[in-house]
Design a protein around this ligand. Sequence first.
Ligand code: ADP
Length: 273
Amino acid sequence: MNDLSHQAFLAPASTTTEIPFYQPVSNECVLFEFAYQRQLPLLIKGPTGCGKTRFVAHMAAKLARPLITVACHDDLTAADLVGRHLIGDGETIWSDGPLTRAVRQGGICYLDEIVEARKDTTVVLHPLTDDRRILPIERTGEELTAPDEFMLVVSYNPGYQNLLKNLKPSTRQRFLAIQFDYPNAELEQSILMTETGIDLALATRLVDIARRFRQLKQHDLDEAASTRLLVYAANLIAAGCPIVDACAAALVEPLSDDLDTIAALMEVIKLHF
Ligand code: ADP
């Protein structure tokens, strides 16, 4: 590292920007710091709404690095990441894409739902993820060497059972990987209370509902109730929304379109409130 000693590195970075709240669930913060310190790219696996994005935002702020986030989708091209020539005022100017910007700034580039991106797009990441740490920009002939502070973080949700959408082994084996899941009940209650200001009694009941819904996953539900949806429910209730209405809108309707399933989930809600 050029400017961070190991000691300074493990201490909280002094920064004036606020560090987003993140409740650690395991050793993920320490692992992230080691990966950053050793310039290793990181893959975060886990279901939607379990805290992956918040974790990366928290770590970027803690390490005082700019965070550049890209939500990947199936139309995402290599040029969307690297950059392209734009025509304006009769001249052609080069415009850096988010990946190039992150490399130039020594930032943390977070590619959310990387499996959504086309396979040929992920190939541009390869020379950045091995010890060369370079980004060749074919269209300008430039070759950027990533500064020590640059870090590549990608995430995906292995729960989507789509064989076509899987990371190629040659891509995934370039990353350290951490498995995320929903936090345990106690931590999830504390997240709800910190995020929304609700009290422990309400947080306990909401988390209990989510845990029951999660047990139904694979039987009736494709996706379980996420921590994100719990935060939505808690936020509605904190704003004065009647509890059952809040749970219906935040915890039931987003999970299913099937009327029988919705009725069964509402029964669980009514048992709790
Ligand atoms: P993901 O990126 O996994 O889809 P997010 O990081 O966007 O999920 O998490 C959704 C919301 O859940 C966050 O905005 C935050 O309110 C809450 N959340 C989930 N896990 C945590 C955590 N460990 N600490 C703090 N907030 C969390």
